[in-house]
Design a protein around this ligand. Structure first.
Ligand SMILES: [Mn+2]
Length: 194
């Protein structure tokens, strides 16, 4: 199998990001975004998707956490898109539930080439750590857009925002792992293109 890796250097007036991704890794990650709860979520994503991921970001955290959360997710999605190449042989679809104590999340993904996201996490707090809760669904949606994936993530129950966010990301990771898996050598579309 060809290696499925990608590197991203992304620099704007708001963030500077370096990212290295291996879709066929072992879940090892080294994440430093400047927001520890965001690091926690990307670490969980890499671990459960079994991606090797290095991500460093120097963002305008003096403004707020928005650009950092969004741009890190965009960079990861772009890397996934790049690493997948023409998407030949992939399973394309992935579905997973992840419980975390009282919380239960479900993620469904189609690496369709068509960006779409519907994310409902039922978060109640303003922030978890230094990450604003409004940026957590935004981050998953940003990843879906740049990965050119259709992604539905729902927290079905829960009352702890940390658990709900983490369960959502773990479900996404498990679904992602299925969707990127190599299962054949055809492009999994009746159109012949993803
Ligand atoms: Mn946790």
């Amino acid at each position: 199998m060809n290696s499925r890796k990608a590197s991203i250097s992304r620099k704007t007036s708001e963030t500077k990001i370096e990212l290295e991704l291996d879709l066929d890794g072992s879940g090892e990650s080294k994440i430093a975004t400047g927001i520890e709860f965001l690091d926690h979520l990307f670490t969980a994503l890499a671990r459960h998707a079994r991606f090797d991921l290095k991500l460093s970001c120097s963002g305008d955290l003096a403004v707020d956490d928005h650009h950092t959360a969004e741009d890190c997710a965009l960079a990861l999605g772009t890397a996934i898109d790049k690493a997948l190449g023409e998407r030949r042989g992939i399973a394309r679809f992935g579905f997973a539930f992840a419980p975390m104590d009282e919380s239960l999340a479900r993620a469904c993904i189609d690496l369709s080439g068509r960006p779409f996201a519907d994310i409902n996490l039922m978060l109640m707090r303003e922030k978890v750590g230094e990450l604003s809760c409004e940026n957590i669904p935004h981050m998953i949606a940003s990843l879906a857009m740049s990965a050119r994936a259709t992604v539905h993530v729902d927290v079905l129950r829960g009352f702890n925002d940390h658990h709900q966010a983490e369960a959502a990301v773990k479900a996404l990771a498990l679904a992602m792992r299925q969707a990127v898996a190599i299962v054949g050598d055809a492009v999994a579309s009746t159109k012949g293109v993803l």
